[in-house]
Design a protein around this ligand. Structure first.
Ligand code: NAD
Length: 272
């Protein structure tokens, strides 16, 4: 089913999306471009995929370029944001999306697996938010562009509140993202900077392929989703665009669950 095309909610704004050459980040970068923003497509590996995303964004008539940086590395994040300010003049929207899983049972989990996930999923969001916030504060509000000086959208997960056995590093990182987001929202709101989060449920992307790529896995997954549909990256992208726009100007420090009701489970009748 095709949806009506999004209005130009972000016309003239400059957006940075981390981990934007795959899955949710890719769909979000494309949706931001359709909404009128110029977009930096961050990636850590896979330049060709990043360039494909750039071309698709450019077809909306806005500017885009790909930038390689590991979000867990302070110097690389600093260089990425400085480069964006030189190229596009500023940053209006940061979508701190990059993330990964390194799954293992607790007793098998190495400290490297633990650290890698915390470094990318939590420290990466801290570093990107810090560098973006410096630019928001430097520039301040430009009323013709937006009512706020800047917007940060943190990509969280339903696992910021639902424990996830066998994934303690990932669940801990997303629990951390919830408090990172809320604290930054409180700290930055007086400067007219809005920080919020989107918490996806089960979305069809490479990160969780084993959960949906066989009929058996998918029907098992659907039991956990009251809406009985696995999400698509565009389901998340649409909410990010809205959240980053002035339509949501009074939304500060919120997490929007985009999960087909997954966080309601098992509080609904399963029959019997
Ligand atoms: P994905 O694997 O398709 O995309 C993750 C992206 O992050 C990739 O582009 C990857 O290269 C990038 N990345 C990884 N490490 C990086 C680093 N050090 N620096 C820069 N980029 C890096 O998976 P996805 O599902 O699109 O995940 C995007 C975000 O959504 C993640 O934060 C994930 O935790 C979150 N999420 C996904 C789901 C889901 O069901 N797919 C559910 C909840 C939350």
């Amino acid at each position: 089913m095709s949806l009506p095309s999004a209005p130009q909610l972000l016309r003239g704004q400059k957006a940075l999306v981390t981990g934007a050459n795959s899955g949710i980040g890719k769909a979000t970068a494309i949706a931001l471009g359709r909404a009128g923003a110029d977009v930096v497509v961050n990636y850590v590996a896979g330049r060709d995929a990043a360039e494909d995303v750039v071309r698709e964004i450019e077809s909306s008539g806005v500017r885009a370029y790909a930038y390689e940086a590991d979000v867990s590395q302070e110097d690389q994040v600093g260089a990425m944001v400085s480069h964006m300010v030189r190229e596009f003049g500023t940053v209006d929207v940061l979508v701190a999306n990059a993330g990964l899983q390194r799954d293992a049972a607790l007793t098998d989990m190495t400290v490297e697996q633990w650290r890698k996930v915390l470094d990318v999923n939590l420290t990466g969001q801290f570093l990107c938010a810090r560098e973006a916030a410096k630019e928001f504060l430097r520039r301040g509000v430009v009323p013709e562009v937006s009512r706020s000086a800047g917007k940060v959208v943190c990509m969280s997960s339903v696992h910021q509140v639902i424990p996830w056995s066998g994934h303690v590093n990932y669940a801990s990182s997303k629990g951390g993202v919830q408090m990172l987001m809320a604290t930054l929202a409180q700290e930055l709101a007086p400067h007219r900077i809005r920080v919020n989060a989107v918490a996806p449920g089960a979305i069809r992307t490479p990160i969780n392929r084993s959960a949906w790529d066989t009929p058996e896995a998918e029907s098992e997954l659907l039991r956990l989703i009251p809406y009985r549909r696995v999400g698509d990256p565009e389901d998340i992208a649409n909410v990010v665009v809205a959240l980053a726009s002035d339509l949501f100007d009074y939304v500060v420090g919120s997490t929007i669950y985009v999960d087909g009701g997954m966080t309601l489970f098992p509080g609904f009748a399963t029959g019997g």
